[in-house]
Write a protein that binds this ligand. Structure first.
Ligand code: SF4
Ligand code: SF4
Ligand code: FES
Length: 240
């Protein structure tokens, strides 16, 4: 265990733990969009800025850095709120909002931080390229149906070759993970559709209550991963 301070308060943590995570556990609120405990922090949205001061050979050096992918170190001093942080954060929110103007989450952040609007041309991308959907699909679900394609302004997170993925099991994990809500899922009695990835799969109906509870393809994936026969997935979670 190591000790350091956050806004003057001494905290203990394991060396190398994410500053954002530790700050959250101690009640310090640092806004963030692309951090997800289940995957490695990638530092994409830049929203979780903090100032970190390190003392080396009697000299103090302060830098502005993202906290989600900054490892806890002995003796550092972390500041979560300052004019410098707010100035930079406002600019980041403004740019993200120009990229995804329909995002409610970004609109709320813009209101909270009093962010000016209209200085940058709005796009209709919706996606802020945080990469969470790609990571969650690959590292949590174990499917790897998504990736980044293109470069610069043409960069996109989506299934490879710009076609509906044949791998996607329509589990909805990426829908949950997307911080700006741009991956929509629609469900009828017979079909589940991940709209952004143009993937529709037939639903399996619970043999007990008749409720359509998951796509058959998703259950086949679970059966394969767990080594159990598909027949063990005949019932919905409530009837199991
Ligand atoms: S819905 Fe498809 S793309 Fe999204 S996490 Fe599940 S398998 Fe991956
Ligand atoms: S679709 Fe959502 S989760 Fe995926 S990269 Fe874009 S903003 Fe992030
Ligand atoms: S949450 Fe840290 S960079 Fe996005």
């Amino acid at each position: 265990m190591i000790e350091f301070t956050i806004d003057g308060k001494t905290v203990q943590a394991e060396r190398g733990e994410s500053l954002l995570k530790i700050a959250g556990e101690h009640g310090f609120r640092i806004p963030h969009l692309c951090y997800h405990e289940a995957v490695q922090a990638y530092g994409a949205c830049r929203l979780c800025l903090v100032e970190v001061t390190q003392t080396s050979h009697g000299r103090k050096r302060t830098k502005l850095t993202t906290s989600c992918n900054y490892p806890a170190m002995e003796g550092i001093e972390v500041v979560t709120q300052s004019e410098r942080i707010n100035r930079n954060r406002r600019m980041i929110i403004e740019l993200l909002l120009a990229r995804a103007p329909k995002s409610k989450r970004l609109q709320e952040l813009a209101a909270e931080y009093n962010v000016p609007t209209g200085r940058f041309k709005e796009s209709d991308h919706e996606c802020i390229l945080c990469g969470l959907c790609v990571q969650v699909c690959r590292d949590v679900v174990g499917v790897d149906a998504l990736g980044f394609t293109g470069r610069g302004v043409n960069k996109e997170a989506r299934p490879p070759f710009g076609e509906p993925s044949k791998e996607c099991i329509a589990c909805g994990a990426c829908v949950e993970a997307c911080p700006v809500d741009c991956i929509k899922m629609e469900e009828t009695h017979t079909l589940r559709t991940i709209v952004r990835w143009e993937r529709s799969l037939p639903m399996r109906v619970c043999e007990e209550c008749g409720y359509p509870f998951a796509p058959t393809f998703q259950l086949m994936h679970f059966a394969k991963k767990s080594g159990k026969p598909l027949s063990e997935f005949r019932l919905c979670p409530d009837c199991r």
